[in-house]
Design a binder for this molecule. Structure first.
Ligand SMILES: [Zn+2]
Length: 165
């Protein structure tokens, strides 16, 4: 499987709404395998949306276990057409993004979410999660709606920082 090149913030595609997937074709399955390979090729990367490799279709791949931070998670999650059907609470954290390599930012998100999505076998699934994994899923679903974390920070001058590696 292939490591796909990541598009960055200057690419207008990142502002586009991704389209729903009607059928899980062989091409979609190959794309998902490549998204997994691409995610795991980036150390500490916890999520990727298909649009980040230039394909604006509603697929996200999340694996919160890849974080250096201790967190409760469900390991690898592949979500097709994901939708948040319930959310509650608030949680603030510092986010980064493969498509915004030079900056991180403080973002407030929902603390608990329930997501409905289609799995790789075409079955509708529901997942309830909270904390770090919930943040990652919200970040990736934002990509499907043409949003990045910079659109969520309260102040670009006080909540965005140059990444220090
Ligand atoms: Zn991102």
């Amino acid at each position: 499987m292939k490591i796909l090149p990541i598009i960055t913030i200057t690419d207008p595609l990142l502002k586009q709404t991704s389209v729903c997937i009607e059928e899980i074709t062989k091409e979609i399955k190959i794309l998902i395998e490549n998204l997994k390979t691409t995610l795991y090729a980036h150390p500490r990367c916890v999520g990727i949306a298909a649009v980040q490799v230039g394909i604006s279709q509603r697929i996200i791949v999340v694996d919160a276990s890849q974080s250096s931070k201790e967190n409760r998670n469900n390991g690898l999650l592949i979500m097709i057409n994901p939708n948040i059907i319930y959310s509650s609470g608030k949680i603030s954290s510092r986010e980064g993004c493969l498509s915004i390599p030079d900056f991180v930012g403080n973002v407030v998100r929902k603390k608990k979410i329930e997501v409905e999505y289609t799995d790789i076998n075409g079955k509708i699934q529901k997942l309830g999660t909270s904390g770090f994994e919930a943040i990652v899923i919200q970040h990736e679903i934002d990509h499907l709606d043409g949003k990045v974390f910079l659109d969520r920070v309260i102040s670009l001058s006080t909540d965005v920082f140059r990444r220090q590696n």
